[in-house]
Design a protein around this ligand. Structure first.
Ligand code: ATP
Ligand code: MG
Length: 474
């Protein structure tokens, strides 16, 4: 496993460098907590917008819960003997002496919010939220200490229809994003009682092979034996492979629930694999659990994970309410979008206004505002901070704009501005200032078409190139 000091975007070193100019120590970012830089943000926004639109279309409503909760909430919901609660939480005492924790996941906060706000009372809710989560894990590719999730919850539904709906929503999201290398793994954990029965059988089996257990598994044996099935330690594999199966201890109702889910997924044409050893790390799950995994992510292969938590709300003091949800890891999903070539570039400027001379600069500022009024949504940048024409054209080029508007003393005197395409061979033409909004609007529309054509041509050339390469290999 490669250890990455920084994150997906930045790679800060561990020793803070000394700034050459000021001589003072540069303050490093916190390990495992990443900046999302402008060159990355296009993919994040595309994912967020696509998910937002899909969730609305399925009738899920957004809610926002605090980043900080009482530590007790996570202890009681996620479970004392889980990795998260045992060693991964950012816990601190606030000035009032309360023990608080940064949220390691969102389900507990949402369940708490439904109870605190009196929203249960037999009501049903389809909810989602997004934002940062915090876990003190060992930072590496795909695993960070501040990471982001889109969290979706259906509360008050017994399923299995809603279980299938959540999975269908996930499948649709991959299609909408153009992500292909994902596959679905599902299992049923049965009811708490069924699991307790299985737990006894499993513990007896593992105790009989105690000498073969690694240190982590030995520690889990009394607290959270099911988690041993999740062990990534290679020498534990054979033992785990031969362990009794939870599936054989399921109660009849859970078995029926699971079968109905499988049948619906088949009817929906969503391929899946049943993995009887998928247990998921948190204590609150019951019945359906699922994971979308990818072979394109390396060791951290789960991009979206979820399950049913029928007992959680009652366990937190609310009325017994069945529920199911999933959380999608945004960083891992963005990585998959990149692998699929489906991560959009940040939006470039469309028009760059170049102006030379004090009067022309003032006029440029006025024109830019006028054009922004007339052409909402167009990306218009005006040159800031002066500079000669050469410098300004260099900036125009870097901005990605396809069109420059040029204003000098000469143009001003004639009541015109010069319009110059920047991405194709074409001379500049004059346009009367009063006609600018309409003319620029039309030209930008033409340029968009030209840009789309150029992108298509480039794709075809690349496609032909790789076909030729493929043919060469065959
Ligand atoms: P893993 O098995 O990778 O540790 P998990 O079972 O702990 O994942 P969940 O708590 O179910 O994960 O969180 C849901 C999703 O959030 C995961 O599928 C993954 O995409 C993402 N995720 C979890 N932990 C991290 C992390 N430390 N950094 C980045 N993404 C994460
Ligand atoms: Mg984890």
């Amino acid at each position: 496993m490669t250890e990455e000091p920084g994150g997906p975007g930045s790679t800060p070193g561990s020793t803070p460098p000394v700034s050459a100019s000021s001589g003072s120590r540069v303050i490093p970012p916190v390990r495992g907590m990443n900046d999302v830089l402008p060159k990355e943000i296009g993919a994040w926004q595309h994912l967020e917008q696509t998910a937002r639109a899909l969730l609305a279309a399925y009738g899920y409503e957004e809610m926002r819960v605090p980043l900080v909760e009482h530590t007790q909430l996570f202890r009681r919901s996620i479970g004392e003997h889980t990795d998260i609660v045992e060693k991964e939480m950012y816990t601190f005492e606030d000035v009032g002496g309360d023990s608080l924790s940064l949220r390691p996941e969102a389900t507990a906060g949402i369940a708490r919010a439904l109870i605190s706000n009196g929203l249960l009372r037999g009501a049903r809710h389809k909810l989602w939220c997004t934002g940062p989560m915090f876990r003190h894990e060992r930072p590496q590719q795909g695993r960070y200490r501040q990471f982001h999730q889109i969290d979706v919850e259906a509360v008050g539904f017994e399923g299995p229809d809603v279980d299938a709906e959540l999975i269908a929503l996930g499948a649709r999201l991959w299609r909408a994003l153009g992500v292909t290398r994902v596959r679905l793994v599902i299992n049923s954990l049965g009811t708490a009682q069924a699991r307790a029965r299985y737990r006894e059988v499993l513990v007896a089996y593992l105790r009989a092979h105690e000498s073969a257990l690694d240190e982590d598994s030995r520690r889990r044996l009394s607290g959270n034996p099911l988690r041993i099935l999740d062990s990534k330690e290679p020498r534990m594999r054979p033992l785990i492979e031969a362990a009794p199966l939870l599936t054989d201890y399921l109660d009849e109702a859970s078995r029926g629930h699971f079968q109905a889910l499988c049948d619906t997924l088949e009817a929906l044409g969503i391929p899946f694999t049943v993995n009887p050893r998928l247990v998921r790390g948190l204590d609150y799950y019951s019945r359906t659990v699922f994971e979308w995994v990818s072979d394109a992510l390396g060791a951290q292969d789960a991009v979206c994970s979820g399950g049913r938590y029928d007992g959680l709300i009652a366990q937190l003091g609310g009325e017994p309410t069945p529920a199911i949800g999933f959380a999608l890891g945004i960083e891992r999903c963005v990585a998959l979008m990149k692998v699929a070539g489906a991560a959009p570039e940040p939006a470039a400027a469309e028009l760059y206004i170049v102006a030379s001379g004090e009067r022309a600069e003032r006029e440029a500022a006025r024109l830019a505002e006028q054009l922004r009024d007339a052409l909402p949504g167009r990306v218009i940048q005006v040159n800031l901070g002066g500079g000669n024409f050469k410098t300004q054209f260099r900036r125009a080029d870097r901005s990605g704009a396809r069109l420059a508007l040029v204003l000098g003393e000469d143009e001003l005197a004639r009541g015109v501005a010069a319009v110059k395409p920047l991405r194709r061979e074409a001379g500049q033409t004059d346009c009367a200032l009063v006609d600018l909004p309409a003319r620029i609007g039309a030209l930008l529309a033409q340029e968009r078409v030209a840009a789309a054509d150029a992108a298509c041509d480039a794709q075809e050339v690349a496609g032909a190139g790789s076909r030729a390469e493929q043919a060469g290999r065959d």
